[in-house]
Design a protein around this ligand. Structure first.
Ligand code: FES
Length: 316
C-alpha cells in the first residue's frame, strides 16, 4: 500500500451475490474511525487479501457515510486482486482501504444521460441515487449480456422505473445497443459512461462532435499486467544487494514484495506513478501510462513493466 495516503482499517461486514460473477461488499471502519465523505463517481483503492491493490467504485451515498459499499466482478482471466476478494474476503475479514478519490465527478447540468456496461453500473448507480434525491432529470442506459448477469437489476427498475433502459446483447456483437440516436445531435445534457472498453470507445467515437466536457468516462480496466507470452527474467536490486527472478506470471513489484524488500504501490496498473523506481541498466518493455519518453531511460514502473530481453538492474 502507498505510504503517501493513510489507509483506513476496515472490516467486511457483509457480502452478497449480485450475479454469479459479481459480489457486493459492505465495509465498515474499525471502531472509532469516522469515514470521509465523497461524491458520486468516487472510488476507493482496496488492498485485497492477496496483497494486490484494486480500485472499486462506491455505490452508496457519500454524505456522512457509516460504511463503504463496493461491488467486485470476478474476472476469470485475472490473477490475485478481485479473485482473492471473492475467495478470501468473507464476513469479518480486515482490509486496508485508501480514502475515496473521485476522477469521475458529476458536474451540474440541466439533464443527464448515464450509460453503464456490466460492472460499470457501480458509479452510475451512485450517480442515479444522487440525482434522484436532488430531483434532477436523468435517464440510464444499462447494457449487459443477459438478465442473470445484471447487477442491481431489481434495485434500479424499482427505484427508477422507465428512466432505466435495459439492453441485453447475449454476448452477440450483432446485438449491441445502437447509441447513435442519442448522439447524432449534440444535446444540452451531460453524459456519464462507465463500462467495458468497446462500449466506451464506441461512445467516444460517436460523440466527437459534442462540446468538450459534455461526455465523461470512467475506465477501471487496468493495463494487462501479465501477457500470455511473458517470460521469466532476473532483476538485480542494487541497494538491497539481491537478485530476484521475476516469474512469467508475476510482476517485478510482486517479486520484490515476495523477496521481502520494502516498496510502495497503489494502482498496480501503471497509472498512478507510486511505484516509480530508478532504472540502472537493462532493456525495458515499458507498459505504464505514466512515464514521459525522456524518463524511460532511467525509470521504470515496476507494477507493470518488464525486461524486453536479458535482466534488469534497478535502484531498490
Ligand atoms: S503502482 Fe501505480 S503505477 Fe505502479
Amino acid at each position: 500500500m502507498s505510504e503517501k495516503i493513510e489507509a483506513i482499517k476496515m472490516t467486511v461486514k457483509d457480502r452478497r451475490s449480485l450475479t454469479p460473477s459479481i459480489m457486493e461488499f459492505v465495509l465498515t471502519p474499525q471502531e472509532g474511525t469516522d469515514l470521509p465523505g465523497y461524491g458520486p463517481g468516487a472510488h476507493v483503492t482496496v488492498q485485497t487479501p492477496s496483497g494486490a491493490m484494486r480500485r472499486y467504485s462506491l455505490t452508496g451515498a457519500g454524505d456522512n457515510p457509516k460504511q463503504f459499499v463496493i461491488a467486485v466482478k470476478r474476472e476469470p482471466a485475472s490473477r490475485g486482486g478481485s479473485q482473492s476478494m471473492f475467495d478470501d474476503a468473507t464476513e469479518g475479514t480486515a482490509l486496508l482501504v485508501e480514502p475515496p478519490e473521485n476522477d469521475f465527478p458529476l458536474k451540474k447540468a440541466s439533464k443527464y444521460l448515464l450509460i453503464a456496461g456490466g460492472i460499470g453500473i457501480t458509479p452510475i448507480f451512485a450517480m442515479a441515487r444522487h440525482l434522484d434525491s436532488a430531483g434532477d432529470d436523468f435517464n440510464i442506459i444499462y447494457c449487459t449480456r443477459n438478465a442473470e448477469e445484471t447487477a442491481y437489476l431489481t434495485d434500479l427498475t424499482e427505484a427508477y422505473g422507465d428512466r432505466v433502459l435495459l439492453h441485453h446483447d447475449d454476448g452477440d456483437p450483432e446485438k449491441l445497443y445502437d447509441f447513435w440516436d442519442h448522439f447524432a445531435e449534440p444535446q444540452n445534457m451531460h453524459v456519464y459512461c462507465c463500462g467495458p472498453k468497446p462500449l466506451m470507445e464506441e461512445i467516444k467515437a460517436i460523440s466527437g462532435h459534442w462540446p468538450e466536457g459534455r461526455v465523461n468516462f470512467e475506465d477501471f480496466k487496468p493495463v494487462d499486467v501479465i501477457r500470455p507470452d511473458d517470460v521469466a527474467f532476473d532483476v538485480e536490486l542494487a541497494r538491497s544487494g539481491k537478485t530476484i527472478t521475476v516469474q512469467s506470471d508475476r510482476s517485478i513489484l510482486e517479486a520484490v514484495r515476495d523477496a521481502g524488500v520494502p516498496t510502495v504501490s497503489s494502482c498496480e496498473s501503471g497509472t498512478c506513478g507510486t511505484c516509480k523506481t530508478g532504472l540502472i541498466s537493462g532493456d525495458v518493455d515499458h507498459r505504464d501510462m505514466v512515464l514521459m519518453d525522456e524518463q524511460r531511460q532511467d525509470h521504470i514502473m515496476i507494477c507493470v513493466s518488464r525486461a524486453r530481453s536479458g535482466g534488469l538492474v534497478i535502484d531498490l
